[in-house]
Design a protein around this ligand. Structure first.
Ligand code: BGC
Length: 758
């Protein structure tokens, strides 16, 4: 029998000093092996990691856990270990940044494919496309020598004002999870590590670097964590970025509860946790709180918390070497998993295939919100004069918004896309309609190197009336007026580092749209925006409204595809569009405590009722509901067939339905399944999305659609347990075209309670 004896403090200290001494001479058991095991790509990753770890000096280990440029660590040149190369993300590979400043490096080989933003990808509800999207980024990242892409961003949209909503996958945890898993799989299948961000609760930009989020354990588990959990448990994501904000009083990049207990403990995450840029605040807190790689701190690289201060603490025996080794292992795992030391095949940049994916995502993301009298699609043979109005018709959007900006090889604006589509057949009359104030740099730069801007003195006011008059004249002279407006990437719009200040359209667009619609009854409003905007001032007068998001470099062509009917719109809202700000949960009370926080804390008192869960529970009519989007055709749903197999944790329920394209045009439907708990549990939201499928159908075609649920689909999180559990009882499964357009329902009974645990 082996007896374990607790070693004395002296013995421990001696072992520690010895270990450091061994490190210091770079002692490696296998030093004479040729080739060393860590270079042998046929060996398992963990074996290679252990071999390499054993060869590292303390200084080399320290060099691996902190940055030595804006986007790399130092690697270990002595052993041929390259720097770990990171890049933003999440919509393509960002341009090269200088080593120690945020200035662009000024290269000419870093023009990239600019894919549509995350909100647009979410609006496609197409997981195959999300996988292709990840694949494009992986190929370009490989070509640029990157090992980690800082993508995807999966924070839940809690407020329609969130400055980074455009980067995320919307308000629903199931939709976000599916897109996260698919994107990560696409990325990592291409030998590039994904980095899911920002873990966790970074749901607003206002006070993002300090605000402490007070949220119930249940809302945390059921709304804010599932996309991260799926990224880890299903997709095997290789890295995670901590958020700037605090949770339980501790910064998320140093948060023992989030990083050690939940992420690494419960979910078994074996990859690396990096800080957000300048999100580290203390050596001890970060070291013991679960951080593995410190990035972007506003200090000289040698003074980073995980540089000299950490080395000194380890050397003095204050911090255990074993904890440092764990961090180094996690860094090295990513290096080996991305084949950084092997013959990683080269990638490819800016291929026609990549551009085709960008266009397809942009087109599938477009949501037809309103189409009275079937104004759309436009017939290119019959429309002879088109007025294209609005600043967003000509504005370049890819290079903006903060750290997610891309330097695109080219960018097709809406005006350019429409011009190309009707070339030679119709006259285009362009009018600016409105003009956002010029931006002036304030001199301040935030953590991600984004130069703070503000509106320069509004010299345009006088010009506004004239811009509107010209737009009205253009609209009068045309068969159709297309107003391309919405938001943009200026500060306090859809941009990192600040939230919007109101739901309404900026720059006097309400008046412009109302005047144009009055001048031409055939008016289409195209909203280029990452979040909902208020539409009441003009919606009743405008026959057609299209939500186009930021569609990347092919945005203009994708828009023309939809406007002229080459693509039948199949986008669906990944967020609820409220009629007014007070209708949405974070703003209902109007209290600072709920948004943006007071005394350093923001309270998520709406609890589980985020997004449509709130609108449903409170009986509020949204402007456009979650899951909504029109098509140029119609779909019919057969009654549902439900079958189940397995019991308890192995339960699998299948819901089948035949969906028929009842119109005369090919199209795609997003079939959505919402789960309702009947009676009993008043704490549950009235309904929750638990499955969906996108199905393409030729005119008249019918296809069976199968949606599956598992035990977790029925479960809620019980903090007392703690863990997931299912109550026995009756459920109603609704299948339909949006959260408010449920076509078929079937009842299902869970016969016995089940404890699933964590
Ligand atoms: C952002 C991250 C980004 C990082 C590096 C931060 O400000 O929050 O999403 O990846 O900068 O640019």
């Amino acid at each position: 029998m082996i007896r374990f004896v607790r070693p004395s403090a002296l013995v421990l200290r001696t072992v520690h000093v010895l270990a450091i001494a061994l490190c210091a001479v770079g002692l490696a058991a296998a030093a004479e092996e040729t080739p060393p095991r860590y270079l042998d790509s046929s060996r398992p990753i963990d074996e290679r990691v252990e071999d390499l770890l054993g060869r590292l000096t303390l200084d080399e280990k320290i060099a691996l856990v902190h940055a030595n440029t804006k986007f790399t660590n130092a690697g270990v040149p002595r052993l041929g270990i390259p720097p770990l190369r990171l890049s933003d993300g999440p919509h393509g590979v960002r341009e090269e940044i200088s080593a120690d400043s945020w200035k662009p490096a000024g290269r000419t080989d870093d023009f990239a494919t600019a894919l549509p933003v995350g909100a647009a990808l979410a609006a496609t509800w197409n997981v195959d496309l999300a996988r292709a999207y990840g694949g494009v980024i992986a190929a370009e990242a490989r070509q640029r020598g990157k090992h980690i892409m800082l993508a995807p961003g999966v924070n839940i949209v809690r407020t329609p004002l969130g400055g980074r909503n455009f980067e995320y996958f919307g308000e629903d945890p199931w939709l976000s999870s599916r897109l996260a898993v698919a994107t990560i799989r696409g990325l990592q299948a291409g030998d590039v590590a994904a980095c899911v961000k920002h873990f966790a609760l970074n749901n607003q930009e206002t006070s993002r670097s300090s605000v402490d989020v007070a949220v119930s354990e249940r809302a945390l588990r059921e709304l804010y964590l599932p996309a991260f959990e799926a990224a880890v448990r299903e997709a095997g994501v290789l890295s995670v970025m901590g958020a700037y904000n605090r949770y339980l009083g501790a910064y998320c990049c140093e948060n023992d509860r989030l990083l050690n207990q939940i992420l690494k403990g419960e979910w078994g995450f074996r990859g690396l946790v990096m800080s957000d840029w300048n999100g580290t605040h203390d050596t001890r807190a970060a070291f013991f709180g679960g951080l593995d790689l410190e990035m972007g701190t506003h200090k000289p690289f040698d003074e980073f918390y995980f540089a000299r201060p950490l080395r000194d603490s380890v050397q003095r025996g204050e911090f255990p070497l074993a904890v440092l080794d764990d961090k180094v292992r996690r860094n090295l795992r990513v290096l080996f998993a991305t084949r950084a030391l092997d013959d990683r095949p080269p990638g490819a940049m800016n291929t026609p295939e990549h551009q085709a994916v960008a266009r397809r995502v942009a087109a599938e993301a477009i949501i037809l919100l309103k189409n009275a009298a079937d104004l759309l699609p436009l017939d290119p043979e019959r429309v002879k004069a088109i007025a294209v109005i609005g600043d967003n018709a000509t504005r370049l959007q890819c290079h903006g918004g903060g750290s997610s900006e891309i330097k695109p090889l080219y960018e097709i604006t809406p005006l350019a896309g429409i011009l190309e589509r009707v070339a030679g057949r119709a006259t285009i009359i362009h009018a600016a309609g409105y003009r956002p104030p010029a931006q002036r740099r304030t001199g301040a730069v935030d953590a991600a190197g984004i130069a703070r801007t503000e509106n320069a003195a509004d010299a345009q006011k006088a010009a506004a009336a004239e811009l509107i008059e010209r737009a009205v004249a253009a609209a009068k002279a045309a068969d159709v007026a297309i107003v391309v407006g919405g938001l943009n990437h200026d500060h306090n719009q859809d941009a990192e580092g600040g939230d919007r200040t109101a739901l309404g359209l900026p720059y006097g667009q309400d008046e412009l749209i109302a005047r144009v619609a009055a001048a031409n009854p055939h008016t289409v409003v195209v909203l280029v925006a990452g979040s909902p905007v208020a539409m009441d001032p003009w919606l009743a007068q405008v026959p057609s409204v299209v939500q186009a998001w930021y569609g990347g470099m092919e945005a203009g062509r994708a828009l023309a595809d939809v406007l002229f009917g080459d693509v039948n719109p199949s986008g669906r809202l990944p967020v609820s569009f409220p009629r007014r700000l007070a209708d949405s949960p974070a703003h209902a009370s109007g209290a600072a405590r709920h948004y943006p926080g007071e005394k350093g804390q923001v309270h998520y008192d709406e609890d589980l009722l985020v997004g449509y869960r709130w609108f449903d529970a409170k009986g509020i009519e949204p402007l456009f509901p979650f899951g909504f989007g029109l098509s140029y055709t119609k779909f019919a749903y057969s009654p549902l067939r439900v079958t189940s197999t397995g019991r308890g944790a192995d339960l699998a329920v299948t819901v089948e339905c035949d969906v028929r394209n009842a119109g005369d045009r090919a199209g795609a439907e997003v079939v959505q399944l919402y789960l309702e708990r009947v009676g009993a549990d008043a704490t549950r939201p009235p309904q929750e999305l638990k499955a969906f499928a996108k199905v393409a159908l030729a005119a008249g075609e019918s296809k069976p659609v199968r949606l599956t649920l598992n035990a977790r689909s029925f479960a809620t999180y019980d903090p007392a347990l703690p863990g997931w559990r299912i109550e026995a009882g009756d459920f109603r499964l609704h299948v339909g075209s949006s959260s408010r357009d449920r076509r078929q329902t079937v009842d299902y009974r869970v016969p016995a309670a089940v404890v699933l645990g964590r």
